[in-house]
Every structure is written in C-alpha cells, then in structure tokens.
Design a protein around this ligand. Sequence first.
Ligand SMILES: [Zn+2]
Length: 332
Amino acid sequence: MLFNWQTSFWQENFSAKAPAPAIILKGPSGIGKKQFAQTLAQYWLCENFSTQHLPCDICNSCRWVNADEHPDFFPLSPISDDTEEGTESSKAKKKITPSQWIKIAQIREQQSSWLITPQVGRYRVCIIEPAEALQLAAQSALLKILEEPPAWLRFILVSNTNKRLMPTIRSRCRIYALPIPSWDQAMQFITETKQVNTPAWLSYHGGMPLIQQTESTQVSSEFTEIEWCRTFLGSLSDERISTHSIHAEPKQMIAFLQKLTFDVAQLKHTGQVHYLPTMQSLLAPVAQSANANSVWHFWRWLGQQQRLQNHPLNAKIVVRDLLQEARQRLKA
Ligand SMILES: [Zn+2]
C-alpha cells in the first residue's frame, strides 16, 4: 500500500521500471518508508508486474508477500534477544528485549538462499530495515554480496540515517529520499486511521504521521506526553506536585525531555513552540526564567544520555534521575 504523499514519487521512480540491484530508501522516521519498501518488494515479485503500475494484490506472489510466506522474499530486521538465561520457571518471566542490531549471523543465515535462483519469479528480494542496524561485520558481509550480486538478487535498504552505512555500501546503491507528507496530508491520515484526532499529537511527533505507535496514540483528545508535560511543568512551580506518577521507558522520557527543552529554548529565542503548542502558556514562564546556557547544556546532555537508553539499568531509576536533572536545569 502507498500513502497519498507517496503516489507521484512512486510513478516517477518505480512504476513500470526495472528494479535496480540495490537501493536505499531514506528519510526521517514516521513517513512510511517501511510500507513503501514492502509495496516495492511486492511489485517486483508480482506476477503481473509487466502490465501493472502497482502490485496487483491478487496474484499468488502478492498474496504470499502480504502473508510473509513468499519463498523469494527476505525481510531482514533486528531480532529479539533473550536478556538472560533461565530455568523453565523463570523463562516465563524473563524479559525479551528487541535487539538494536542486525548481526552477521542473520546475514549468513539468509545468504545461502539469496544465492540460489528464485523459486517463483524473476527475482529474490531482500528488505533490510533499518539498514543502519547492520553491525559492521554484517555490513562487510553484505558488501561482499553487493560487489558481485547474482543477476536475480535485489536489495532494498530502509534507512533513517544512511550515514551510518559504510560508504562502499552506499556507493553501490541508488539512493532515494522518500517524500515527507505535508501537514494537511499527515492530519488527514491520522484522522482517517483514527489513531488520534489531534494536531497536538502530530506536532509532538514533528509532523510525521507514522511514528512508532505507542499506547499514547490510542487516546483521542490527550496523549501521555501531554500529561507528563503538565505534571512536570507543575512540579517546577509547585513543590507539592510530584513527578512520581510519570511512568515511562528511558528512551521515551529522553525523547520527551528533548522536545520540551527544545521548545523552552525556542520560546526564549523566537517566541515559538514546535512540539508542544498546546502547552505554550505553561512553557512560557519556564522559558522566561530559565537560564539560556543551562537550557542549552541540558539539551546537549540529553543527547549524550541517548547512548545509555538501552543500557540494562533499572528503568525506573533512570527516569527518576532524568526528571530530577530536568527540574534542576530548567528551574530559574
Ligand atoms: Zn501481484
């Protein structure tokens, strides 16, 4: 499926065009790159490719791709890691955390299949998503294949920041920057899909309608981060308000504090708010009294904390410390 901000881009670049051996689809999170890649793979494998401008959706190949059962289709993404070994009884409780990385073992596992001729159609298609998750050794293994690819093999690399890919891989790929939806297109999309019905949510996510859906996207009027914002800002001016009610994953909390701090800085310098427009009246006094230097340093500090976000520290303590730090830095 294509989103309406993608259709003309598709027609210009991919409709009725023979697939390049390897491409990179790049762009910020939340604009529908993954869905675009899936549609493209389906199209290249579609039995009616030569007569259609889009995958037909009814042939066997199309149905198999959609069911993730196509023998020539190879999606490759980070797989979950078991964080601890355990006995049968503790296994039920053990945490499965999604890995950040695509490991060389995963490449090796698929590699032998890539090198065999297609079972059904003309191509074998591999989607690597996100491509920057490829560990260095995995990138080297991939590069070897890209250097001498079999005639039938096609790669679609999906990337938020393709700069983390080896230049030698990038140079072997045709790179496409996928279109970013306009504000109206994004609003129309989130209204139609009934995730949320609020411009505040879209502002918070920088206008990107397909940003990873958390439970907060289910709420129609408010969303979790807005509640955090109200509680946090309240705690700055009133000692009796506690931030203990805020429960979050460190990653989510860092993203939240980055946006809040960005808006405080923006308000201070330009009088405008980017991510949290509905909170402007509560942010204004903070922006007025906070020290500009301190705000700037805190924003940079948060960037450094991103590296720790998947560290197996106690999430509750990390979040409590983050909020504590934020209170100190953003107070007058
Ligand atoms: Zn088809």
